[in-house]
Design a protein around this ligand. Structure first.
Ligand SMILES: Nc1ncnc2c1ncn2[C@@H]1O[C@H](COP(=O)(O)OP(=O)(O)O)[C@@H](O)[C@H]1O
Ligand SMILES: [Mg+2]
Length: 225
């Protein structure tokens, strides 16, 4: 079971949007995915309720609101779901540094921190980043809502610094209406506009995440863990 937590104190960064779209892309790639909404605001849960229909990504993706009073059980629940055949857990959290976010981080093999490519937005992630680092978790920023202009200096500058530190997910995600329209329709972008650029970015992001995590597992196996 690979667990991926979307965390960052900054609201509006794109945690829910990227979590939902990544969950769908993972399910379409053949993973059996559970997506837990840990945010009392409930956006991911509502998106899950809007989903209906058939097809591989519907069969392979379960979306649930996780009850706050059972938070301490989350690690055990994820482990049990892994034994039941789920292969990926996606955890969407609120934009606050609280007990829920901490438990999500603890459960995660990788913490992803969506951030807009601006100095203020990246600076605002400092506390979350430090908390994840202290836990010794794999962490990457996902630069999101980047301007569609190919050579946006602001986005490239933000990317350069994070890339140098080895904490930048590939690719950067662009501001595209498909992301908003897909979420409104209860879909992932890969379902909503499969040929679109937002879908390509999302597939590339899932491929990158999978490589980081499965690569990690292969390495551990190779050294005898
Ligand atoms: N790549 C994107 N392109 C266009 N709009 C986006 C993108 N990512 C997020 N948004 C929009 O930004 C807002 C905040 O996104 P959301 O996923 O709710 O962030 P968070 O969960 O971090 O608070 C929403 O209106 C969402 O539709
Ligand atoms: Mg959210």
């Amino acid at each position: 079971m690979l667990s991926i937590a979307f965390v960052t104190q900054k609201g509006g960064a794109g945690k829910t949007t990227i979590a939902a779209c990544t969950a769908v892309a993972a399910a379409a790639a053949g993973e059996k995915v559970i997506a837990f909404d840990l945010d009392p605001q409930g956006s991911l849960g509502s998106w899950g309720e809007r989903r209906s229909g058939t097809g591989p990504s519907f069969d392979n993706l379960t979306v649930e609101r996780f009850p706050e009073n059972r938070l301490k059980e989350l690690p055990a629940i994820i482990e049990a779901l892994g034994r039941k055949g789920f292969t990926v857990a996606i955890l969407d959290t609120a934009g606050v540094d609280n007990a829920t976010a901490r438990i999500a981080m603890q459960c995660a093999d990788m913490c992803l921190m969506p951030a807009r490519p601006s100095r203020l937005d990246i600076e605002a992630t400092g506390a979350t980043f430090r908390a994840v680092m202290r836990m010794g978790k794999k962490v990457s920023f996902v630069l999101n809502q980047c301007p569609p202009t190919p050579k946006s200096t602001r986005a490239l500058e933000a990317a350069q610094g994070l890339k140098m530190l080895g904490v930048l997910a590939d690719p950067m995600m662009t501001t595209r209406a498909d992301f908003q329209d897909a979420i409104a329709a209860g879909l992932g972008v890969t379902e909503y506009a499969p040929e679109g650029k937002a879908a390509s970015e999302t597939v590339a992001l899932w491929t990158w995440i999978e490589k980081q995590l499965r690569g990690m597992h292969v390495t551990q196996a190779a050294v005898g863990y």
